[in-house]
Design a binder for this molecule. Sequence first.
Ligand SMILES: Cc1cc2nc3c(=O)[nH]c(=O)nc-3n(C[C@H](O)[C@H](O)[C@H](O)COP(=O)(O)OP(=O)(O)OC[C@H]3O[C@@H](n4cnc5c(N)ncnc54)[C@H](O)[C@@H]3O)c2cc1C
Length: 430
Amino acid sequence: MTTEVVVLGGGYVGVWAARRVVGRRGVRVTLVSMAPHHSFHGWTAEVITGHVAPERARVPLVELVPGARHIHGVVGTVDTSARTVDVMSATGAQRLRYDHLVVATGSRDATDRVPGLTEHGWSLKHDRALLEMNGNLAGVVEMAARTADPAHRRRLLHVVVAGAGFAGTEAACAIAQRLRAAVAAESALAGERATVTLLGAGADVLPSLRPRLEAVAEYAAGKLVEAGVTVRSNARLASVTPTGPVLEDGTVLAAATVISALGQTPVAPPGLEDLATDAAGRLVTDRFLRVAENVWAGGDCAAVPHPAGSGPCPANALWAIYHGKRIGANIVRALRGREPAPFRFPGLGQGASYGIGRGAAELYGVPLTGWVAWLARWVFFHAYMPSRRVALATLVEWRRHPALPQVGAQPWEDRGRAARPHDRRSTAPR
Ligand SMILES: Cc1cc2nc3c(=O)[nH]c(=O)nc-3n(C[C@H](O)[C@H](O)[C@H](O)COP(=O)(O)OP(=O)(O)OC[C@H]3O[C@@H](n4cnc5c(N)ncnc54)[C@H](O)[C@@H]3O)c2cc1C
């Protein structure tokens, strides 16, 4: 009888787990995902500035895991007693039997933490949302160039990014760089400048780096200032209305675009409510990445014990990749009648980019800034892109950037046309 391995989610965990198992004799791997492609979130800032084309940040799952059965659908209820999972796809509802189940449903933007943010704000997590947000940036500049009302123009050219962690600081910097160039290129906006406000709930940006990597965090803060980003400390977003964001102290900001970088909410399919979760709602795994018999979990939806014994692993792509690899390897061990091996990845580091040559990173505990940090992140990102074909294409495109050796550039303004500008109020940001 065929052994059924069902993987829920086509993100980092799902792809790397499925790859380890697919092609084994007598085993069928079924990969279920809401999105038909894998999204590489690391390039978010570069997609905003146009340094990386949006299509390089996503790859069809059928290309990444050939040999698997792919179901493009939404996961319904998991029944761990009957070992089934319900899936709803365009062809209707179906019940899948599993021998091993991988829960790799990741997380979603926590826009529901702030009233109005889902309806009137923008998310960066899903690539369609990112594309729409990019189109919106092009749209507000065009609208600002057409309007004769100075107050409306200032509001259109004001972007608020809520959340001063890695994703928020990178996005705010990229948006400021992009808008500065777009405004300068628009003759009707001569003398105008765009404003990007970054809201941080605490006293400083990048609180997760402090105090251990204070110098790296301060370097990033300096790059934000250089890019023209206005940082508002101790500023919590209370709500977002059609007219703009409202802070907890009652301040109303005149900004047409509000972007959520407030963090992620883990996503676990229904039916797993009886399993242990941590305070953030993540499924608590053992050190073999199991949450129940023959049910495995990793990545953003799971609290996996850190091999060094210091709480759970960080929620980022690198850890998710290694969770996926270990889950896949442990399923293979189980199929061979062997005991699972514990998760032992020691970590590598973390990094962010605030423009070409302006990196802030930590590699094996060593703080890095500037070109070294930027290059380290750049090399690792290409190495960890899930498709060699797309990684190579991305490398070739980098050669066209004016700051690097060139072979004929396509400016980001042209690429931005791929996502057509539209009026924010008439288009939902999902
Ligand atoms: C803007 C942004 C920038 C980031 N930058 C970096 C970075 O530079 N470096 C870094 O290491 N990390 C970064 N991260 C974090 C990183 O993206 C996550 O940690 C990583 O995606 C987690 O991988 P995962 O496999 O757990 O989940 P995901 O990659 O989120 O994958 C989840 C999968 O499950 C699918 N899914 C979810 N719910 C359902 C459902 N109900 N039915 C069917 N399918 C479902 C989704 O479609 C997706 O395929 C960034 C995140 C964001 C949002």
